[in-house]
Design a protein around this ligand. Structure first.
Ligand SMILES: *Cc1c(COP(=O)(O)O)cnc(C)c1O
Length: 433
């Protein structure tokens, strides 16, 4: 497998280099030079395969010998050791629950696959690798848990003191093992700045082999294509065209879907559902991409004003803007609509959605009501509602109970290293470890 940069300045690289460096030096994004097509026989019997078998077949075809067959099988079996259920909700609407991993959000798919792939590519070095990551809440947990117990790799997570939710702080500060958490006296921008400065610091890099676990690493994108096949496998018998609604922020999840579709997965229509951070829905309507400052909403994991995966959407679709506009329908919803939807879905079906999932449900319902043709709809549920109980509980008027993984985190003692937002303090701390 080879990858090029969307800016076309940096050279073409192997998967190993793309995964270990994260970003090309020209600051573009890595995209596969060739997207292989799966044989039609694969789709003829896909419903007989389980999620891990599907992931392996698709992954092996896409990675093309970059990873040894048995190693890839082991990586996939170990990374996806949890369920990916597709639950019926109402006539023609299903929910694919992507929150059964350790941090109860879909980012577990990307983080767990990336960590194991990195370990594989580092198997011949006996150097210890240090991952440094800044988080505003969700990513840190997924990366920390993704690398938990992965030998030879240590993780340091930086989060802004007092600026993450209670649930998020519990998750971030109780991981343990090879994962250390630093509570920075500052905001998320300070955390990000500290990480960027650390990567530029020669002394620190020489001493610690710093590596990023960047959210746009291609290793996080690839596994996000696997579960779209799962949706198709589970819903194939309906015989109707498949419509998939994706709650979107940085658009990594949707890129996974487009990758699957380009490999031959029959997806009739994608719905990119956003909150009022609607840069992409506006682009899909007008053809003009204009980033803007992000606005805070209750679906805060989608508060992105400049979706960094946008160039990848175009690249995966072969720069065919018309194809992008035909394949993806963009719809944006505000917080009032989201709250009302959480409440109504709970009342009508007894099903509790996180705010991001509710945005996707709104997108799917809106599309289905406007398009009279028969279709089977599936929406991606990106987080367990308990992760966002501060907004879900008042919306549905009922307390969301804690799933076991969270209840366990609540039992544990918070462990975090307090630091100022000065780089010298972070550097001294990292060197002293
Ligand atoms: C990250 C995240 C999203 C947005 O996914 P993108 O790949 O950034 O579009 C949606 N919902 C939840 C719960 C998330 O954590």
């Amino acid at each position: 497998m080879e990858l090029y940069s969307t800016k076309h300045i940096s050279p073409i690289v192997s998967l190993k280099e793309a995964v270990l460096t994260g970003l090309p030096p020209d600051n573009g994004l890595y995209v596969p030079t060739k997207i292989p097509k799966l044989p039609s026989t694969f789709f003829d019997s896909i419903e007989e395969k389980d999620f891990r078998e599907i992931a392996f077949t698709v992954g092996y075809e896409l990675l093309q010998h970059a990873v040894d067959k048995s190693a890839l099988k082991a990586i996939i079996d170990d990374a996806f050791n949890f369920d990916t259920p597709v639950v019926p909700l109402e006539e023609n609407i299903h929910v694919m629950e992507l929150f059964h991993g350790p941090t109860l959000a879909f980012k577990d798919y990307g983080a767990r696959f990336m960590s194991r792939l990195m370990k594989y590519f580092l198997r011949d070095t006996n150097k210890e690798i240090n991952i440094l990551v800044a988080t505003s809440g969700d990513t840190g947990g997924a990366v920390g848990y993704g690398f938990l117990g992965v030998e030879g790799i240590n993780v340091t997570i930086l989060y802004p003191k007092g600026k993450v939710s209670e649930v998020q702080e519990k998750q971030l500060t109780t991981i343990g093992g090879n994962v250390t958490t630093v509570e920075v006296d500052g905001n998320f921008d300070d955390c990000q700045h500290l990480v960027k400065t650390a990567f530029l610091d020669k002394e620190l890099n020489a001493a610690l082999n710093l590596t990023s676990a960047n959210s746009i690493n291609i290793a996080r994108l690839i596994p996000q294509s696997f579960y779209y096949y799962q949706a198709y496998a589970k819903l194939k018998e309906s015989g109707r065209p498949l419509v998939v609604a994706v709650p979107s922020g940085n658009f990594g999840n949707l890129c996974g879907g487009l990758l699957a579709q380009q490999m031959g997965l029959p997806i009739h229509q994608f719905i990119a559902a956003t909150n009022i951070n609607d840069v992409v829905p506006i682009y899909l309507k007008t053809g003009i991409f204009q980033s803007k400052p992000s606005v805070a909403t209750i679906s805060n994991a989608m508060d992105v004003g400049n979706p960094s995966n946008f160039p990848r959407i175009l690249a995966i679709m072969g720069q065919d803007e018309q194809a992008v506009k035909n394949k993806i329908h963009g719809l944006a919803f505000d917080d009032d609509q989201t709250k009302k939807t959480m409440k109504e879905v709970h009342q009508r079906f007894g099903y509790t959605m996180c705010p991001h999932t509710a945005v996707a449900y709104l997108g799917l319902k809106t599309w289905l009501s406007k398009n009279q043709q028969p279709a089977t709809g599936v929406l991606l549920s990106t987080a367990h509602p308990a992760k966002f109980m501060d907004v879900v509980t008042p919306a549905i008027g009922k307390t969301v109970s804690l799933p076991p993984a969270l209840a366990e985190a609540y039992q544990k003692q918070k462990v975090a290293v307090p630091l100022s937002n000065r780089f010298d303090d972070l550097k001294a701390y990292l060197l002293s470890k």
